[in-house]
Design a protein around this ligand. Structure first.
Ligand SMILES: O=C(O)C(=O)C[C@]1(C(=O)O)C=C[C@@H](O)C=C1
Length: 356
């Protein structure tokens, strides 16, 4: 997939609006509030995929006349979620500017293809693809490819976090490495962060939005409602337009270019040192894995099991402690050793099956 840069507007691109369109009055007031804060791309859900039945599932096509009116009065662009070919047809008939595919739709290639096919005669539309609810980069890329193949060039990816069964401070854990991998593969792909769905609550929004700016995201899509407490969906994570402005004004936008030759030289110097350190690190790692091979051969001779639970528990216990004394984050050290141990098992498994 060859992605070309197409977005020429201001960065970060701020897209904001209510989780759901509720009433004409709510829409008009919220859009007016956002326009007063300088925001001209509005989002609103009109069909809401809900986890459980009997929740508010959106007002549906009733919202189109409100959107039309808001577009005429406030000269804004509108983005809505689509989940079927029928949604696409209605969105096109009603002159919606941006369509996004939600996380629950991205997981289903049949649905995504149906939506992409419905856009065949409207390839000038902007399409955003939210990450799938499960942490699967290929599924996300696959959905983007389907739109790309259908001829959509104004493509973007929205990072809204991933579902997890574990306890987390986030509603959807961000797993930043996944969008970083996406951006590394497709540097020109527009990448937008959705702090509202990652956070699930207002007090985490700023931290997530700032992190997205640190990681060079191109924009933010944030839920905003004239009266968040009274919102019919996602009340805990929406901001008033005025509070959204406060958040945006606090954000530090990072430079994408280097300020001077001196800066570049100093950075190169640090990077040279990092290169040297990484070589040492890999040499040490190679030495460790050579030892693991020797242990593997030794254990194989005596027909002893590869996985040694007690030894592994000891490693898992004391390496994070040793790391902590060196100012290393124990969680990081634990993850690192899990990867190393995995590799040890793989190497020893090969040894055990040698000559079979
Ligand atoms: O101590 C061993 O028995 C090893 O094979 C080494 C090692 C390790 O990588 O440190 C590898 C596998 C075992 O489960 C425990 C530890």
């Amino acid at each position: 997939m060859e992605i070309k840069q197409w977005y020429e507007g201001e960065k970060p691109w701020i897209i904001a609006g209510p989780c759901s369109a509720e009433t004409e009055e709510q829409m008009m007031e919220t859009v007016e509030g956002l326009v007063n804060q300088g925001i001209t791309t509005i989002r609103a859900g009109i069909w809401k995929p809900r986890t459980r039945p009997n929740s508010f599932e959106g007002v549906g096509k009733k919202a189109f006349p409100w959107i039309k009116k808001a577009k005429e009065i406030f000269k804004v662009q509108f983005a809505i979620e689509v989940a079927s070919a029928q949604h696409v047809e209605m969105a096109l008939e009603n002159d919606i500017d941006i369509l996004w595919v939600g996380a629950r739709t991205t997981v289903n290639p049949f649905n995504v293809q149906e939506i992409a096919d419905a856009l065949k005669n409207a390839t000038d539309k902007t399409v955003f693809v939210k990450n799938p609810i499960n942490p699967d980069l290929n599924l996300w890329i696959g959905a983007l490819e389907r739109f790309h193949q259908a001829g959509i060039t104004k493509l973007g990816a929205i990072h809204r976090g991933f579902s997890t069964y574990q306890e987390s401070i986030y509603r959807n854990i961000p797993l930043w490495q996944i969008p970083i991998d996406l951006k590394s593969r497709y540097p020109e792909l527009l990448l937008i962060c959705d702090p509202s769905h990652i956070a699930g609550k207002r007090d985490l929004l700023f931290e997530i939005a700032q992190k997205a700016m640190n990681l060079r995201y191109d924009g933010l899509i944030i839920e905003s409602h004239r009266d968040p407490a009274a919102a019919w969906s996602d009340a805990a994570q929406q901001l008033t337009p005025a509070n959204l402005r406060v958040l945006l004004d606090k954000l530090q936008i990072r430079d994408l270019t280097f300020p001077s030759e001196k800066f570049q030289n100093e950075l190169d110097h640090f990077r040279d040192e990092i290169d040297e350190t990484d070589k040492e690190l890999l040499e040490v790692l190679a030495r460790r894995l050579e030892l693991v091979k020797k242990v593997g051969t030794y254990k194989k001779d005596k027909n002893v099991a590869i996985f040694q639970l007690e030894r592994w528990n000891t490693i898992l216990q004391n390496r994070p402690e040793w790391g902590n004394q060196l100012n290393l984050n124990p969680e990081f050290v634990k993850t690192l050793y899990q990867a190393i141990h995995d590799e040890s098992i793989r190497i020893q498994t090969d040894i055990y099956h040698e000559g079979e």
